[in-house]
Design a protein around this ligand. Structure first.
Ligand SMILES: [Zn+2]
Ligand SMILES: [Zn+2]
Length: 121
């Protein structure tokens, strides 16, 4: 079981499963959306993901037509994204997890935008 919430706590969620892998994405969309050097994500089954509180403050932003980035309108925390053509999968933003185990990142995407100061074994 995984639990998490946004910065202000208005949005909280549960994942009725385990996180099996984590991915760092250095693409420039993730960098801007997170305000950091990467997005830290995991692809999860939408059917096991439950918004416990705050569904009415979630907002979807489409920077590209196929991809929604879902965030808390109160505090701006990114919660997850999904692709319109893959509606059964969400990509959870792992910085919002408060309970449960997160595996070390095993994949790095868009490494051409990875800052040189980031070193992962
Ligand atoms: Zn919030
Ligand atoms: Zn990305």
């Amino acid at each position: 079981m995984i639990e998490g919430q946004c910065l202000c706590g208005t949005v909280s969620y549960r994942y009725h499963g385990e996180i099996e892998k984590s991915i760092l994405c250095y693409c420039q969309h993730c960098q801007k959306a997170q305000g950091g050097f990467a997005g830290w994500n995991s692809p999860l089954q939408k059917s096991l993901f439950e918004i416990v509180r705050g569904v009415k403050v979630l907002k979807e932003y489409f920077h590209s037509p196929n991809k929604a980035r879902v965030f808390c309108q109160e505090c701006g925390s990114p919660i997850f994204s999904y692709r319109v053509d893959l509606p059964d999968i969400i990509r959870l933003r792992l910085g919002t997890v408060t309970v449960g185990q997160i595996p070390l990142p095993t994949e790095e995407a868009y490494k051409q935008y990875k800052p040189e100061f980031i070193q992962i074994k």
